[in-house]
Every structure is written in structure tokens, then in C-alpha cells.
Design a protein around this ligand. Structure first.
Ligand code: NAG
Ligand code: NAG
Ligand code: NAG
Ligand code: NAG
Length: 185
């Protein structure tokens, strides 16, 4: 019994340490990161979310840098209630590529780490470094709705390495009319 408890604790520790070890993109540039992104991949293991997995569509976001190094994020997400717009403020931290924001859904401050991006094609973003099934997500953003297969594979490998089971790693289909056509996007 004791052995089992110890090994579970060890596994938990390892998971946490993997997370604590994630570093942001080297020489991160918010100016280059700015603009339009599509969330083309998504890993999320919350039990409450499992029901919605097959309903997720690609959402779109626009990052607008602020003069003090923080950023605004506007997201368009297709939900059961229609195409919703969400606005977030990403506060800069002392670490370039790492931000904090207030999650209205979970009523808490979360950290965001841009783990890997080449700015022109893709970005892998980790939400909440301390692993918690309810709060932690990994997202793959693309400048267009399709990214190259090697980028997709890299994202999947990263999500697996962070402890996400395979079935929780999604590559959703495009959203129809979200953001609505005619909204200038
Ligand atoms: C950022 O978002 C805030 C709150 O929605 C808004 O008042 C502000 O004008 C935005 N700034 C920029 C540069 O878009
Ligand atoms: C950066 O500027 C925005 C908009 O003026 C402000 O709301 C935010 O608190 C500032 N962030 C930090 C970390 O000072
Ligand atoms: C953002 O920064 C402002 C100013 O420093 C602070 O009042 C606010 O609590 C911060 N919000 C988050 C989510 O970190
Ligand atoms: C960014 O990544 C894509 C896909 O791997 C690649 O085709 C492109 O050349 C890269 N761009 C730069 C500037 O590295």
C-alpha cells in the first residue's frame, strides 16, 4: 500500500516538474506575435469538457500589443449559444513570452506561456504551468486554418509529454460564420 502511495506521488511530482520546466520561446517578440491566429489544435483533459470535445470548432483570435508590453486578446468562439466574442487582457510578466490573465470561466488568474512559435506559421501555447486537469490547456495556433503536418505532430508530441491522454488532443474542424462574415475579418 505504501509503495503504491509513494509511486503515485512520484508520478505526480514528475508531471509537475515537466510543467515547471517549460520555457518560453527564446527572444520572444510580442510585436511579431501580434495579429490574427487560429486555434487549430487543443488539448484539454477537464472531465466536464469531455462532453463538448466533438463540438469544438476552430476559433480565431487577434493579439493587439499594448504600449506597456501587455496585450489584448479578442477571441471568436462558436458555442452552443452562437458565435461569442471574448476579450482578455494578457498582462506581461518579468519573463518575455509569459503572461497572466484573469479567467472569467474559472474565476482565477492563470499564466500563459508561448512555448514555441516562428511567428509566421504556428505557435504552441501552454495555459497554466502547474498541471491541473481542470485548468491546464495546450493550444496550437496557426496563422491560417491549416498548418503543416510536422507542426501538428510536434504539437501532439508536446501535449502528450505534458500528460494529456491522446483522446484529449483535438484538431477541430473550421467554424462556419464565426467570426460572422461581414465583420471585416
Ligand atoms: C484593450 O482592451 C481594453 C478593454 O477592452 C480597451 O479599452 C482598449 O482600448 C484595448 N486597447 C487596444 C490597444 O486595443
Ligand atoms: C498595461 O496597460 C494596460 C492598459 O493600459 C493596463 O490595464 C495594465 O494593467 C498594464 N499592465 C501592467 C502589467 O502594468
Ligand atoms: C494586471 O496588471 C494590473 C496592474 O499591474 C493588476 O492590477 C492586475 O491585477 C493584473 N491582472 C492579472 C490578471 O494579472
Ligand atoms: C515557420 O514554420 C513553417 C512550418 O514548419 C515553415 O514552413 C516556415 O518556413 C517557418 N518560417 C520561419 C520564418 O522559420
Amino acid at each position: 500500500m505504501k509503495t503504491i502511495a509513494v509511486s503515485v506521488a512520484t508520478v505526480m511530482m514528475c508531471v509537475m516538474m515537466i510543467h515547471a520546466d517549460v520555457k518560453p520561446q527564446r527572444d520572444f517578440s510580442l510585436q511579431k506575435f501580434a495579429g490574427k491566429w487560429y486555434r487549430v489544435g487543443f488539448a484539454y483533459d477537464s472531465p466536464g469538457f469531455a462532453l463538448y470535445r466533438d463540438k469544438v470548432k476552430i476559433s480565431m483570435g487577434i493579439i493587439t500589443p499594448l504600449p506597456n508590453g501587455s496585450a489584448n486578446l479578442t477571441m471568436w468562439e462558436l458555442t452552443p449559444f452562437g458565435c461569442m466574442t471574448y476579450m482578455y487582457q494578457y498582462n506581461k510578466t518579468s519573463v518575455p513570452g509569459q503572461f497572466t490573465y484573469f479567467s472569467t470561466r474559472h474565476n482565477m488568474v492563470k499564466d500563459i506561456t508561448v512555448v514555441d512559435t516562428n511567428y509566421t506559421d504556428y505557435a504552441v501555447v501552454l495555459k497554466h504551468k502547474v498541471f491541473n486537469r481542470e485548468y491546464t490547456q495546450v493550444a496550437l495556433y496557426g496563422r491560417s486554418q491549416r498548418v503543416r503536418n510536422d507542426v501538428l505532430q510536434k504539437f501532439k508530441a508536446f501535449a502528450l509529454s505534458q500528460g494529456f491522454p491522446k483522446e484529449t488532443i483535438l484538431t477541430p474542424p473550421p467554424a462556419e460564420n464565426c467570426p460572422p462574415s461581414g465583420s471585416g475579418r
